[in-house]
Design a protein around this ligand. Structure first.
Ligand code: AMP
Ligand code: MG
Length: 491
């Protein structure tokens, strides 16, 4: 084992002190490991032998601080459900430090649920077990689906109760992101008209997340452009797997383009554009079909914060911001439409194919078709014989005409039926973290301390595009009595 099992290399702490507060995590009574992620640890350059040792539990419960770790809680602000909140921050999270991964990418390692900080407001800084289980399952599933996301490195129970509507076991998740810098970090300093801080943060983000910008003529315009582009690509990917974030506040949007905050999130079972699960989203602001427009709205606040850096002339700066924000729509639309075509096994986009895709989604809405299984079923029937075990799913007769049109379009594609099917299998998952399965895993863990459903789900979701008949039960949509109507962030 090495002296420094985690090779920390911290940069955020070099920003002025107004950006953060140095905080040692509050110790917990009796931490125990729920699950750790050795593959991720290895990618982060963490000593594998150490990562398999008991030290992991003390470090990732906040009971011990490693050499090189400089724990901080950062300050930010944000718009929550459209309402401005000038003072937020890491209220139950503490960043242990940064590492440079094997791929050369810098990552933050952060505890979530590690006790109070100066930004906790009325909160206890803790997290119940349920949200930790949910975040572990869903964030790792997103990663396996190829969608940029924060990752889950370690989950522990604290051995301490957390009081919410009832008394629940406490837990801590160690979260990894390419960077935890949010739109809300920029908003915090912009709202205080601290232009120097906005500039320092922008320079930091460019160096860290967008080194390719380098010494460009207009680095801040490029920063805005690239942040917008990453979000456009990200939201398109969410839509294409039916992921509903649930709490797209500006403090829950990372500049680096990783998905963050698996609070009241959910994957949709039946396709309907208006689907919304969050118990706290009364106006359905963050419903499935609103996600692209909300992302653009959030980005307008990033643009607003960056305005003074875009151009000395304020009307010119506004013009630049407007233009870049408009680009979001085009980039999102193209990424979404191309992705939707790939789900249908199509690479050629024509008016006819776009109309087919749209008509298909409309009929799926009317028939309450399962989003994931419909596309997986299409993959199964794209060739005369399926090369993977087919899913147990049929479309109603009302789809006959559209299915014929779809098959005709395949005739215009390059490649054999088998090649088209193979492509479709790589974009249409068979396993997603369905709500009822996530709820089952949470319930078993919470009530009986039974982690088997959780582990089975995490293991299965690590390979979402290959159908293993042993796990057939994890492919099916919920029975009527299993349907989860609402999800809770549980903070
Ligand atoms: P979220 O709803 O997770 O996006 O959190 C919004 C804000 O509330 C952030 O500033 C969090 O740090 C803070 N927060 C959420 N839950 C807690 C908690 N249990 N204790 C302290 N702060 C919290
Ligand atoms: Mg949050």
């Amino acid at each position: 084992m090495t002296d420094r099992p985690i090779p920390f290399d911290n940069t955020y702490i070099r920003l002025p002190e107004k950006f953060y507060s140095q905080e040692i995590p509050t110790a917990v009574a009796a931490p125990k490991l729920i699950r750790s992620n050795p593959e991720l640890a290895e990618d982060l350059g963490i000593d594998p032998e150490w990562f398999a040792s008991d030290d992991v539990v003390s470090v990732f419960s906040g009971n011990a601080v490693l050499d090189g770790s400089q724990p901080i809680a950062t300050v930010y602000a944000g718009h929550q459900f459209g309402n401005w909140n000038p003072q937020l921050g890491d209220g139950r999270a503490i960043m242990l430090g940064e590492v440079i991964g094997k791929n050369g990418q810098r990552y933050d390692i952060q505890l979530k649920g590690s006790g109070q900080t100066p930004f906790s407001r009325m909160g206890d800084g803790r997290s119940p077990l349920g949200p930790v289980i949910r975040e572990y399952i869903v964030s790792e599933a997103m990663a396996a689906l190829g969608i940029p996301t924060t990752r889950s490195l370690v989950a522990v129970v604290t051995g301490e109760p957390v009081v919410r509507e009832s008394v629940l076991p406490g837990a801590i998740l160690t979260r990894v992101a390419r960077s935890h810098i949010r739109v809300g970090h920029f908003q915090y300093f912009s709202a205080r008209q601290d232009l120097e801080a906005v500039k320092a943060l922008a320079d930091h983000v460019i160096e860290r997340d967008f080194p390719e910008i380098g010494e460009a003529n207009h680095p801040y315009i490029e920063l805005l452009e690239k942040s917008i582009s990453r979000q456009a690509q990200l939201i398109a990917q969410w839509q294409l797997v039916g992921f509903i974030h649930g709490v797209m506040n500006t403090d829950n949007m990372l500049i680096c383009g990783d998905t963050i905050d698996y609070g009241p999130c959910a994957f949709m079972d039946e396709y309907h554009p208006n689907t919304c699960f969050s118990s706290i989203d009364h106006g359905k602001r963050y419903a499935y079909q609103n996600q692209p427009a909300i992302a653009q709205w959030n980005l307008s606040w990033l643009a607003q914060a960056l305005l003074p850096l875009l151009d000395e002339d304020s009307s010119m700066a506004i013009e630049i911001a407007r233009e870049k924000l408009n680009d979001f729509v085009d980039e999102y639309q193209l990424a979404y439409m191309e992705g939707l075509h790939r789900k249908f096994g199509l690479t050629v986009m024509t008016q006819e194919s776009v109309k087919l895709a749209e008509d298909f989604l409309k009929l799926m809405t009317r028939e309450a078709a399962d989003f994931t299984l419909t596309f997986r079923h299409l993959s199964d029937i794209a060739a005369d014989s399926a090369t993977q075990p087919p899913v147990d799913y049929q479309l109603p007769e009302s789809f006959t005409d559209l299915l014929n049109q779809w098959k005709d379009l395949h005739g215009q594609e390059d490649g054999s039926q088998e090649e088209i099917q193979k492509r479709m299998y790589t974009v249409n998952p068979v396993y997603i973290p369905r709500n009822h399965l996530v709820e089952d895993a949470i319930k078993a863990a919470q009530h009986n301390g039974d982690l088997r459903p959780f582990h089975r789900l995490v293991d299965t979701l690590a390979d979402p595009f290959n159908h293993h008949p042993d796990n057939n039960d994890l492919t099916r949509p919920p029975e009527p009595h299993e349907v989860v109507l609402q999800t809770f962030c549980g903070t």
